[in-house]
Design a protein around this ligand. Structure first.
Ligand SMILES: *[C@@H]1O[C@H](CO)[C@@H](O)[C@H](O)[C@H]1NC(C)=O
Ligand SMILES: *[C@@H]1O[C@H](CO)[C@@H](O)[C@H](O)[C@H]1NC(C)=O
Ligand SMILES: *[C@@H]1O[C@H](CO)[C@@H](O)[C@H](O)[C@H]1NC(C)=O
Ligand SMILES: [Zn+2]
Length: 437
């Protein structure tokens, strides 16, 4: 708690507020998410053999772990870095099993509830406004993000136009910001964040991108060129229902919130629901799985709305960029098969340069390449769909980190993560303003 000491002049004024927050954060007083993660652990193992992998899959299934990495247990094989969130009730059984089978493991997070609450202490500063009037270094709830969008639509009408492309399953509007100097028809770049609810750094990046664009339009020639020559369609929260749910009920929710007619489990993986080799390898047909592909392609209203929008505008949209976490990777098609895309060299060199630009800021390394070989094979993804539907540059970012904090990336790391990512996105955008091909 950094209430005292930092800014002397303001200490007196801050004290009552600090006291209130300290009261709220006292153990046993008011726990986030009803204390549901108390004693839960996040454990990493890397199976050394196929036998180990098989055994780990089996026990993970039995103990109903919440898989953090990779997204489906079916991906786990020899050498796969596997991070699981194990509820307190199962953690003793899992640790005993690992020791018994002498499988090496590492506890990444000892007590998930504590880590979550520690990370959220700086959120007490949520309502404090930064100099520019809005704090971009905290995570924002859906309501906050939507009122931020409304605010920008009013105050920056020269560069921003906000509209809705439909409604989510639970009836929330699906808002888009169209960013760029208003002129005749221009080419465009699509950016979406928050397809997966628990990847909070992703919507934070979309907000950061818009902030930087507005702040540097006048002073940075590259940004000016981008906004003069292109439109950016930015969807800060794709999976609005899931994101809301990850704030109110389950911090580690991934899917949408649609109901199933035959199972009690809710939600579909919005990155397996697209009509491109739908529900094949790397997707699950079971409604209770985190990679559930849905009852049919575009069954999710959020996916259908975005797909319709992209179909309608595909002649102008040159690039599709989607933001996820965590893994530190820059991925391009194909996701659903091991094959090289046509014009591979253009996309590959764009990725190579972007990753280098990103690394130049803080030295953070990203792997890059086709999603199938760099991450794993997954069918029905938005990136493959965008590419197949004529958008030549399709990328998916997996932002920081590589598992130290995982989905609980502290707010302190929003700024460095977004700063370096910004450079990568600008680099890709400048690349496609040149003709290649
Ligand atoms: C954004 O502002 C324009 C007017 O400048 C208005 O017509 C439009 O409805 C606003 N968008 C939303 C979603 O409120
Ligand atoms: C893109 O990044 C590369 C380094 O990887 C750099 O040489 C190049 O100047 C950058 N281009 C732009 C337009 O920022
Ligand atoms: C590949 O490049 C050629 C020209 O260089 C272009 O006509 C074609 O549309 C490109 N294909 C894809 C899939 O981008
Ligand atoms: Zn994701």
């Amino acid at each position: 708690m950094k209430c005292l000491g930092k800014r002397r002049g303001q200490t007196a004024a801050f004290l009552p507020l600090c006291w209130l927050f300290l009261k709220i954060l006292q153990p046993g007083h008011s726990h986030l998410y009803n204390n549901r993660y108390a004693g839960d652990k996040v454990i990493r193992f890397i199976p050394k053999t196929e036998e180990e992998a098989y055994a780990l899959k089996k026990i993970s299934h039995q103990l109903k772990v919440d898989l953090w990495q990779p997204s489906s247990i079916s991906y786990v094989s020899e050498g796969t870095v596997t991070d699981v969130h194990i509820p307190q009730s199962g953690s003793r059984a899992l640790l005993a099993f690992l020791q018994e089978a002498s499988i090496q493991y590492k506890v990444l997070i000892e007590d998930l509830q504590k880590t979550l609450e520690k990370g959220s202490r700086s959120q007490t500063q949520r309502n404090r406004r930064s100099l520019s009037g809005y704090n971009y270094e905290v995570y924002h709830s859906l309501e906050e993000i939507q009122s931020w969008m409304h605010h920008l639509n009013k105050t920056h009408s020269g560069l921003i136009h906000m509209f809705s492309i439909g409604k989510s399953y639970e009836g929330r509007p699906l808002f888009i910001l169209k960013l760029g100097r208003r002129t005749r028809l221009k080419r465009a770049v699509w950016i979406d964040c928050g397809i997966h609810a628990r990847e909070w750094i992703s919507p934070a990046f979309c907000q950061w991108f818009v902030k930087e664009a507005l702040l540097t339009y006048k002073s940075d020639p590259a940004m000016r060129k981008m906004l003069n020559h292109l439109y950016f369609y930015i969807m800060p929260v794709f999976n609005v229902d899931g994101y809301h749910f990850s704030w109110t009920n389950d911090r580690f929710w991934r899917k949408t919130r649609s109901r199933n007619s035959r199972f009690r489990c809710r939600g579909v993986d919005a990155n397996r629901n697209w009509k491109v080799k739908w529900c094949d390898e790397g997707a699950s047909m079971h409604p209770c799985d985190d990679t559930y592909c849905g009852p049919f392609p575009e069954s999710e209203p959020e996916v259908k709305a975005v797909a319709s929008f992209l179909r309608k505008h595909r002649q102008h949209i040159r690039a599709y960029l989607s933001f996820h976490a965590y893994a530190q990777m820059l991925l391009y098609p194909y996701s659903y098969k091991y094959a090289t895309i046509p014009n591979f060299s253009c996309v590959e060199s764009a990725a190579y340069k972007a990753v280098n630009a990103l690394q130049s800021v803080y030295g953070v390394q990203y792997r890059y390449g086709p999603a199938s070989t760099t991450l794993y094979v997954s069918s029905g993804s938005s990136m493959d769909w965008a590419y197949k539907n004529g958008i030549p540059y399709a990328f998916a970012f997996e932002l920081r980190d590589t598992g130290y904090f995982g989905f609980l990336l502290p707010e302190m790391l929003i700024k460095p993560t977004c700063t370096e990512t910004m450079l990568a996105v600008k680099n890709i955008t400048m690349h496609l303003l040149k003709k290649c091909p």
